[in-house]
Design a protein around this ligand. Structure first.
Ligand code: B12
Length: 240
């Protein structure tokens, strides 16, 4: 079964160099609504580096349309992968790259938490860790990617061990450049909850402000921490 799944996933990730993927065992980590779906496929789609580089002082219209386009691409991609898996009697649950405001419930507006964290599926798949600004930092593209997940009931074997601690060390570049001052320099590990090192409300307010001032629309967008991370810029070679 594992070979079929691997073959289907690989078949759809074209061109290969734009993607990373991995398999995660999520047993005991998900909410009751996902009962039975204990395994996850994590897929990361690289962003256009030239577009991200220009976000260093704040979001651009080009960045906004790029990430919307990648969201659409990822939703289509997971749809196709799921369709092929379903044809092989493998049950799936696609988790969209993002959620529109209309789909979000009152709990989200009190917590800024959705039902499933793509970043958690990605760390369990061994693809990277959580940085000081709460971004998922992949070994290949740093945070310069968008994530998506497919949940499965079929047991999956991971290629790599889950990553459980941060590899950011003493680097504080994203903390310093954050206009919202949302991070406090504390390192993430799986026992550290988001609010202990990162204030999502400060981040959200800043993103909403940028949406209005830079794009003239009601959108939450920033990306300064994404552009500044040296792992994404390949300036750091200590990634193991
Ligand atoms: C809500 C949300 C926001 C909120 C809150 C942000 C936040 N940091 O939580 C706001 C509106 C502020 C926001 C802003 C942005 N967002 Co946003 N957002 C989301 C969304 C829809 C849900 C996140 C969520 O539920 N968070 C709840 C907390 C608890 O989980 P978490 O932060 O995801 O991660 C925690 C756990 O996963 C845990 N964890 C990780 N591994 C493990 C393993 C174990 C065993 C355990 C127990 C825990 C654990 O560690 C993290 C910290 O506690 C996701 C899509 C998704 N469904 O995942 C996108 C997402 C996180 N956003 C994304 C992006 C890119 C952004 C922006 C850069 C916007 C932009 N495009 O300009 C900004 C900046 C974000 C930043 N610095 O964090 C990307 C992140 C990509 C990346 N490289 O990390 C995501 C994944 C969308 C995607 N499909 O790619 N976002």
């Amino acid at each position: 079964m594992m070979n079929i799944i691997l073959e289907i996933v690989q078949r759809h990730l074209i061109p290969e160099e734009n993607y990373i993927y991995g398999f995660a065992d999520l047993t005991g980590l998900l909410q009751n609504k996902f009962t039975g779906f204990n395994y996850g496929i994590s897929i990361g789609r690289k962003l256009d580096y030239k577009i991200v580089d220009k976000v260093i002082n704040g979001p651009t219209p080009e960045y906004y349309s790029h990430y919307r386009q990648i969201n659409e691409e990822l939703a289509l991609l997971t749809g196709k992968i799921s369709e092929d898996l379903n044809k092989n009697d493998i049950e799936t649950l696609n988790i969209e790259p993002t959620v529109s405001t209309s789909e979000l419930d009152s709990i989200y507006f009190k917590t800024l938490r959705t039902d499933l964290s793509h970043k958690m599926v990605a760390t369990r798949a061994g693809l990277g860790w959580i940085g000081k600004s709460d971004l998922f930092i992949s070994k290949e593209f740093g945070p310069r990617l968008r994530l998506v997940s497919i949940l499965l009931k079929t047991p999956l074997k991971s290629k790599s061990k889950p990553i459980e601690i941060s590899r950011c060390g003493n680097c504080n570049i994203c903390v310093v450049v954050c206009p919202a001052k949302a991070a406090n320099r504390k390192l993430w590990d799986i026992t550290v909850d988001r609010e202990e090192f990162f204030d999502p409300w400060k981040c959200r307010d800043q993103c909403a402000g940028f949406g209005r001032s830079r794009l003239g629309i009601d959108a939450r967008i920033c990306g300064i921490c994404v552009a500044a991370c040296p792992v994404g810029q390949k300036k750091q070679v200590t990634v193991i």
